[in-house]
Design a protein around this ligand. Structure first.
Ligand code: AHR
Length: 551
C-alpha cells in the first residue's frame, strides 16, 4: 500500500480537523504528515529541570540585565529587575545555573559575599574577547564590582521560584575553596563561621543548594585539561564535600558537542578506580552556530547574522539544532559502556543559537543578539528532543537568560521585552512533570540548496506528554513556505477537546524589539472534538501546542 493510500485509509471514518485554529468535522482526506502517539509506550517523566536557565557574568547578562541595583529607577526587588522575576514565575523556571560558563573558572566566590561596599572590583574573564561591540564602554561588564554575588543570585532564584545550580572554579581555585563555598551556602544556622557570615548577609537559614558543577568546559577555558587530567581533578574535588543532610547532585564538565572521546576517556579513567565519584550528571554543551553548510568550520567565520539571514541559513541553523538528538544518544551509549545501570544522567547545561555580533541592543552587551521566529523553532525542536529522551536528560539550561546568546529577555535600563524564545518556554511549560509518551512523526524532509548543492533537513517534529487525562502535544514546522496538514492519532484514548496555541510569523525574520515588543506572540483558540484522530494544519515556520483533553 502506498503511503498516501495508507494515510487516506487511516483517516476514513470520521476524523476531526483543525486548520489554523478553526475546527470542523471532516470526512476522509489526505494528509501530508502523520503523528502517532502511543499511550502504552511511556518514556519517562519530563524533569522540570529540563526547563533550566543559565546566567553568566558576561556582557549585559548580570549588570543591566538582571541586577539593576536597589537604588535604580528600574522597578526592582532588592536590586533584581522585577520584570524578569515576574516573567520567570509565569514560565515555571525550574533551575538557574551561575556564575558561568568560562567566568566560573576565574571566579572567587569570596569576592561576592559580605557587605557590598567592601567587595573588590576585578577584571571580568571576558574583558579581552574579540566580539566586543565597537565603542563598548567600561563598566561592571568589564570590571566586575561583585555587587551580584552568591546571596544576590540565590535570592534571585528564590524570587523566581527556581533552584540554584552553582558552577565551581576548578581551574584557579582549590578543592578546599569548593567545599567552603558549600559550607557558606548549606551549613545549618549558627554552626560554622561561614554560616555566621551568611547570617550577617541576612540569610541565617541555609540556602540548601543541591546542584554543584565541578568546573565548566574543563577541556577549554576551564583549565585546558585532557579528559584523564580532568578525571583526576574531579576525583580530588569530590573526595570530601560536607553534605549537611542534603542529597547533593554533582555535575561533571562534559563534552563539547560531538567530542565523544571526552566522554569515553573521562569515564574510562574514573572507572579505573571504580565508581563515578558520586556524579549525578554529565554536562554536554551544544551550540548551533555554523550556517555555512560545511564551507568553513572557523568559529568566527562560520556564524551568521541573528536577523538578516538568507533562507539557506534558516535551514542550516535548525539542522545544527537537530544534531542534539544524536549527541544525546551517542554520549548516552558511551556512558553506558562504563555505567551499565545509567546511574549518571545526561545534562545539557548550555545550548542555543550563537550568531555573529551586530544585533545586540546595547554595545555593553557582549555576545548579545536578537531573536527571531527562527530561534523559537530552535527552542521548540530542542525541547521536543529532550522530551523524547526524558529517560536520559535530567536537566538542560538554555544559554543565556538575558541580553546574550539565545535569550528569553532583552533589557537595557528601563526597556524590557520578551523574545520569541520566552514564548516557547511559556507554551512548553505545560509539559513539565508529565510522562513523555512515544510519539512517531512521519513527514517529508525539507529540500533546499546551499553552496550550489542540494541539501535536506528534517521536517515536522514534536513530542507528547500525558498529565492525567490531558495530553500535551508540541510540534515544530520548520518549512518556511508551506503548512503541513497532519493526521494526529492517539492510540489508546479518544479526544474530547483541543486547545491550540501557535507561535508563527509571516516573515522568517520577524522579531520583537523595544519599539515593537509584540510583533511575535502566541495565539490561542479552542475546539470541541471527538474520536481517536484529528487533522491539524501546522502553519509554515511555526511552533504549536495542542492541549488535548482525553475522553
Ligand atoms: O555561553 C557562553 C560561553 O559558551 C560560556 O561561557 C562557555 O561555557 C561556552 O563556551
Amino acid at each position: 500500500m502506498k503511503r498516501r493510500e495508507f494515510i487516506k485509509t487511516g483517516l476514513a471514518g470520521g476524523v476531526l480537523a483543525l486548520t489554523g485554529g478553526r475546527f470542523a468535522a471532516q470526512e476522509a482526506r489526505m494528509a501530508d504528515a502523520r503523528i502517532e502517539i502511543l499511550l502504552d509506550e511511556p518514556i519517562g517523566r519530563i524533569a522540570p529541570e529540563i526547563y533550566g536557565h543559565f546566567v553568566e557574568h558576561l556582557g549585559g547578562v548580570v549588570y543591566d540585565g538582571i541586577w539593576v541595583g536597589e537604588d535604580s529607577k528600574v522597578p526592582n526587588v532588592g536590586g533584581v529587575r522585577q520584570a524578569i522575576v515576574e516573567a520567570m514565575k509565569r514560565i515555571k523556571a525550574s533551575v538557574i545555573r551561575w556564575p558561568g560558563g568560562c567566568f566560573a573558572d576565574s571566579y572567587n566566590w569570596r569576592d561576592g559575599v559580605g557587605p557590598r561596599k567592601g567587595r573588590p572590583r576585578r577584571p571580568n574573564f571576558w574583558i579581552d574577547a574579540r566580539e566586543w561591540p565597537k565603542g563598548a564602554p567600561d563598566g561592571p561588564w568589564k570590571y566586575d564590582p561583585n555587587h551580584f554575588g552568591t546571596d544576590e543570585f540565590l535570592r534571585f532564584c528564590q524570587l523566581s521560584g527556581a533552584q540554584p545550580y552553582l558552577a565551581a572554579n576548578v581551574r584557579s581555585l582549590t578543592a578546599r575553596d569548593f567545599y567552603e563555598w558549600v559550607d557558606y551556602c548549606n551549613s545549618p544556622a549558627g554552626t560554622t563561621t561561614l554560616a555566621e557570615m551568611r547570617a550577617a548577609a541576612g540569610q541565617p537559614a541555609p540556602w540548601n543548594v543541591r546542584y554543584w558543577g565541578v568546573g565548566n568546559e574543563s577541556w577549554g577555558c576551564g583549565g585546558g585539561f585532557t579528559p584523564e587530567e580532568y578525571a583526576v581533578e574531579y576525583r580530588r574535588f569530590m573526595e570530601w564535600v560536607p553534605r549537611y543532610g542534603l542529597n547533593l547532585a554533582f555535575i561533571g564538565s562534559g563534552p563539547n558537542s560531538g567530542d565523544l572521546s571526552w566522554s569515553r576517556r573521562f569515564f574510562g579513567r574514573l572507572a579505573e578506580k571504580g565508581g563515578f565519584g558520586r556524579m549525578w550528571g554529565w554536562g554536554l554543551h551544544h551550540y548551533s552556530w555554523n550556517v555555512t553548510g560545511g564551507r568553513t568550520n572557523d568559529w568566527f567565520e562560520g556564524k551568521g547574522d541573528a536577523v538578516k539571514y538568507p533562507r539557506e541559513e534558516w535551514y542550516e541553523l535548525l539542522s545544527e539544532a537537530n544534531r542534539m538528538e544524536k549527541l544525546i544518544t551517542d554520549h548516552w551509549a558511551i556512558m553506558g559502556e562504563f555505567d551499565r545501570q545509567h546511574r549518571v544522567k545526561l545534562l545539557v547545561d548550555e545550548w542555543g543559537a550563537w550568531y555573529k555580533p551586530g544585533s545586540e541592543v546595547h554595545n555593553s552587551h557582549l555576545l548579545g543578539q536578537q531573536a527571531t521566529i527562527r530561534d523559537s523553532l530552535l527552542a521548540g525542536l530542542t525541547l521536543d528532543i529532550f522530551h523524547r529522551h526524558a529517560d536520559k536528560v535530567a536537566m538542560a539550561n538554555i544559554a543565556q537568560l538575558v541580553n546574550c546568546l539565545q535569550s528569553l529577555f532583552l533589557a537595557h535600563e528601563d526597556k524590557f521585552i520578551l523574545t520569541p524564545t520566552y514564548h516557547v518556554f511559556d507554551m512548553y511549560a505545560a509539559h513539565q512533570g508529565g510522562q513523555s509518551i512515544r510519539t512517531n512523526v512521519s513527514s517529508s524532509p525539507l529540500k533546499y540548496t546551499i553552496n550550489n548543492r542540494p541539501a535536506t533537513m528534517r521536517g515536522l517534529n514534536g513530542s507528547a506528554s500525558l498529565h492525567d487525562r490531558r495530553m500535551v502535544l508540541t510540534v515544530t514546522n520548520p518549512d518556511p513556505n508551506a503548512s503541513v496538514e497532519t493526521e494526529v492519532t492517539i492510540y489508546g484514548a479518544n479526544v474530547k477537546e483541543v486547545n491550540v496555541t501557535t507561535l508563527t510569523a509571516k516573515d522568517i525574520h520577524v522579531h520583537n524589539d523595544f519599539d515593537n515588543p509584540r510583533a511575535i506572540e502566541p495565539q490561542t483558540s479552542q475546539a470541541a472534538a471527538k474520536g481517536r484522530a484529528l487533522v491539524y494544519s501546522f502553519a509554515p515556520a511555526s511552533v504549536t501546542r495542542l492541549q488535548i483533553t482525553l475522553a
